[in-house]
Design a protein around this ligand. Structure first.
Ligand SMILES: Cc1cc2nc3c(=O)[nH]c(=O)nc-3n(C[C@H](O)[C@H](O)[C@H](O)COP(=O)(O)OP(=O)(O)OC[C@H]3O[C@@H](n4cnc5c(N)ncnc54)[C@H](O)[C@@H]3O)c2cc1C
Length: 497
């Protein structure tokens, strides 16, 4: 069996480890890895960058070893003894990247592995006669991959797509403007040489916006305030000090299995909600109160949360942290109508509390706002540009000039628009290998994550992972879940041999 892995970051590492560790590993004769980075394992978020680009999770929550909870802390102690990192530190993302690279190294000596340092840009299914397969009846049996140099590969029996997140969205069609930074990473390279007399705008104040603002404020003294331009409410919730007491979580894999048995495979939303609210009550968490106090993410609410260090919020965050590994199963246990209702009505608030800003970073930004080094302009409506600069207009028709605009406005997850920035997405879409899941994302089966194609049906040996399947593997904006799913999908393939 010849296997291709497209993208070797966090999910790709999980795939590779399982292919090598599985009891049937001798059935695999070749593993070709397509990954443009020289080093394997760190992926996009954990590439080498400035030390101020930090993880959003505590060091103690970052072990990728299934049975050694302190694996990352042990690695830190071994590799950075002088830094005395502790469990509740937010280490830099490059350091976590080094950990990922290090832990993958032993697997890379396997002689079946070839690393092609290039991107894949297309995949063609082949039929029994080794011609292009056109549809499900013309059963695709093998696959060939085209790389950036337009070279087609030999045939593979299985392909794992693990190419990470969608490209950044370009909501205001600014790409190509010389003073527009569409993708701010790596931050040191893209933002390390900016003229501090310029008027800088950041579009969006989510976690990418915070990374960007924090770096700019820590490393420059600005003549004009660096400005977040946003539509409505600026922030998510502040990550409280980790709650160390006991948390009641009655939802578990067993609970899910029992409920599925009771309700013929799909668990009613009201049953899940009842269980969640009963857990929250047992943990003395009043969800409605927390939404009232912190649900908007306004500067006032964030300041209040920083000042009061609310233990109830800390307990909720710990509960959500423990619940996260179960979110994909909970999501897929709902029937599609209830899932849609949850996604339309409640997901935003749920994610507002799950997505958390490290205290030190947001406090630093608020302090700088008070000193006039930063500000927030709400009601962003449109952006126009001339040769050198930009004009930002709000819904109250106020106008602001900017010399440099940095994009932090989220990902483009609509396949047609994303295809304008990513050849692989464009070509897989053109071949009707991938189809959109509702209004965004890519359709895959659950729990194996095989591609569901319009033309070929369920593609038994083509898997797709990462942020593009967020609507299926809900909650996977998280290193652990992506790594775990990589292992699970590879196991599914290996078990089928
Ligand atoms: C900016 C940012 C910060 C984040 N911070 C955190 C955090 O602090 N904590 C956390 O738990 N999660 C964080 N995440 C979530 C993150 O998505 C996951 O932790 C994890 O990295 C996703 O794993 P992945 O394998 O899907 O993607 P990645 O790890 O990014 O791997 C994808 C790989 O595919 C390669 N690739 C892309 N296109 C192609 C192609 N066409 N051909 C071949 N190779 C290709 C890329 O070079 C990359 O190496 C962050 C995400 C982002 C975008």
């Amino acid at each position: 069996m010849k296997v291709a892995i497209i993208g070797l970051g966090v999910a790709g590492s999980g795939i590779l480890k399982e292919l090598i560790n599985h009891q049937s590993t001798e059935r695999i004769t070749k593993i070709d890895i397509y990954e443009p980075n020289e080093k394997l394992g760190h992926g996009f978020p954990y590439q080498s960058d400035h030390k101020d680009v930090q993880m959003n999770s505590y060091a103690q929550d970052l072990s990728l070893h299934t049975s050694k909870q302190d694996d990352f802390l042990d690695w830190l102690q071994e590799n950075y003894p002088e830094r005395n990192f502790c469990a509740s530190d937010f280490v830099s993302r490059s350091i976590f990247g080094q950990y990922l690279v290090d832990r993958l190294k032993p697997f890379l000596s396997d002689e079946r592995i070839n690393h092609f340092q290039t991107k894949a840009i297309d995949m063609m299914p082949l039929n029994r006669e080794h011609n292009a397969a056109w549809n499900e009846l013309d059963k695709p049996l093998q696959y060939v991959i085209q790389d950036e140099q337009d070279k087609w590969s030999d045939a593979y029996d299985a392909v794992f797509f693990a190419f990470g997140h969608a490209p950044y969205a370009d909501h205001y069609q600014l790409s190509g403007h010389k003073n527009y930074i569409h993708d701010p990473y790596p931050i040191e390279k893209k933002l390390g040489q900016i003229d501090d007399t310029k008027r800088i705008g950041i579009i969006g104040s989510g976690l990418t916006g915070l990374d960007t603002m924090y770096f700019l404020l820590k490393n420059y003294k600005w003549v004009h305030p660096v400005t977040f331009y946003i539509r409505q409410h600026p922030f998510t919730t502040v990550k409280s000090k980790r709650y160390e007491g006991n948390i009641q979580l009655t939802i578990s894999e067993k609970w899910l299995a029992d409920q599925k048995k009771t309700y013929n495979g799909q668990i009613p939303l009201k049953v899940i909600k009842k269980q969640l609210f009963s857990d929250l009550k047992a943990n003395s968490v009043n969800w409605i109160r927390l939404i009232d106090l912190y649900g908007k993410g306004s500067v006032f609410q964030v300041e209040k949360s920083l000042k009061e260090n609310d233990p109830e919020l800390a307990r909720l965050q710990r509960y959500l942290g423990q619940l996260t590994p179960l979110l994909p199963e909970l999501n897929m246990a709902l029937n599609p109508l209830e899932r849609k209702a949850f996604w339309e009505k409640e997901k935003k608030t749920f994610e507002h509390f799950r997505s958390q800003m490290p205290e030190n970073r947001i406090q630093f930004i608020l302090d700088k706002m008070e000193q006039g080094q930063a500000r927030i302009i709400k009601g962003l409506d449109s952006i126009t540009s001339n040769q050198d600069s930009f004009k930002i207009v709000t819904d109250k028709m106020e106008m602001y000039p900017a010399d440099v605009l940095i994009n932090a406005a989220g990902f483009e997850k609509k396949l047609v628009s994303a295809g304008n920035q990513d050849d692989l997405i464009k070509n897989l879409y053109k071949r009707e290998i991938i189809i959109q899941d509702g209004i965004e994302d890519i359709q895959v089966s659950w729990p194996s994550c095989q591609v569901l194609s319009k033309r070929f049906g369920q593609m038994d040996r083509v898997y797709l992972l990462g942020n593009w399947i967020f609507q299926t593997q809900f909650g996977n904006n998280n290193a652990k879940l992506n790594n775990k799913q990589g292992q699970a999908s590879a196991k599914h393939f290996m078990d089928s041999l």
